[in-house]
Design a protein around this ligand. Structure first.
Ligand SMILES: [Zn+2]
Length: 288
């Protein structure tokens, strides 16, 4: 295809056409290759994502270089997104390194401060042709160092979504609707009515956080109501790690990463393909 693209137009097309682009959090080269293989095979547009923790683990330049190779070799549109960043300097460093989409997460601050911090990022990111995502309300669970207890998680307020998008000019919005990061203890308690109201009032693409373990029919309902991006993180790294554990359980002497990484890659690819289909993203590469 060529080079990494901003996810703005990709997500606008998804919202208009009623599907969601799957965004996968990757932590190693093998995970990145596995989700690219999955998207390529299904001809799905793709968002590669890393959290701040992964940026600190690998360094933004290595991540960008690997993502750029994927974009060059694959025949699908690919964006590279920084997930849940609270640190302005790190966010700017990622844009400089070549990320094509960033999330400023100031949702832990009062509304006015969330607006002010998001506005600042919108200014610099838009100038660089980079997509911006911001969060309203609070998604529960654990994402790197951000821990939100169940009782502190709160739904996005529809009128605030309207004023937030107007005040900040943010092109993509993650409204908290009851999903959580990590693995759900029971079924997620998604506020579909709230989502419907937000989607009716706000035309920018909406982002579904906490995509690990949401039952298929609930994912489809969210997508139908306007969720244009679905984030999947925890489930992927569990599949990756479990496959490696199974190799060592069967053969504790194994010491060749070229062997024990193979089933791990296969597990991530299979799971990513499931999620792509669930989000209705398969076969949509040519539409974005
Ligand atoms: Zn998230």
């Amino acid at each position: 295809m060529g080079h990494l693209i901003s996810s703005t137009s990709m997500l606008q097309a998804a919202r208009e056409q009623g599907f969601a682009v799957t965004a996968f959090n990757v932590h190693t080269l093998e995970m990145l290759q596995a989700v690219v293989d999955a998207a390529q095979e299904l001809q799905a547009p793709l968002i590669l994502q890393t959290t701040v923790g992964t940026v600190k683990h690998l360094g933004p330049e290595y991540i960008v270089a690997a993502a750029q190779v994927a974009a060059k070799q694959a025949s699908i549109p690919i964006a590279l997104h920084l997930d849940h960043c609270t640190d302005y300097d790190l966010l700017v460093a990622c844009i400089r390194a070549g990320y094509t989409s960033v999330m400023i997460d100031a949702s832990m601050h009062p509304y006015d401060e969330n607006v002010a911090r998001t506005k600042e990022v919108v200014k610099v990111a838009k100038a660089a042709g980079v997509n911006i995502e911001a969060e309203l309300g609070k998604v529960g669970g654990v994402e790197d160092d951000i821990v939100v207890e169940d009782e502190d998680a709160k739904l996005a307020v529809p009128q605030e979504c309207v004023s937030f998008v107007e005040a900040t000019g943010v092109p993509t919005l993650a409204p908290a609707i009851g999903t959580a990061h990590g693995i759900y203890k029971g079924e997620p308690n998604i506020a579909f009515g709230r989502l419907e109201e937000i989607a009716r009032l706000v035309s920018v693409p909406l982002v579904l956080h906490g995509g690990s373990g949401i039952p298929e029919e609930q994912v489809k309902r969210c997508v139908k109501l306007g969720m244009a991006k679905m984030n999947v993180a925890t489930e992927l790294r569990i599949a990756f790690s479990n496959a490696i554990k199974a190799v060592f359980d069967a053969n504790p002497e194994e010491n060749d990463p070229r062997k024990y990484m193979v089933p791990a890659k296969q597990a991530v690819k299979a799971l990513a393909m499931d999620k792509i289909r669930m989000a209705g993203c398969d076969g949509k590469a040519h539409l974005v």
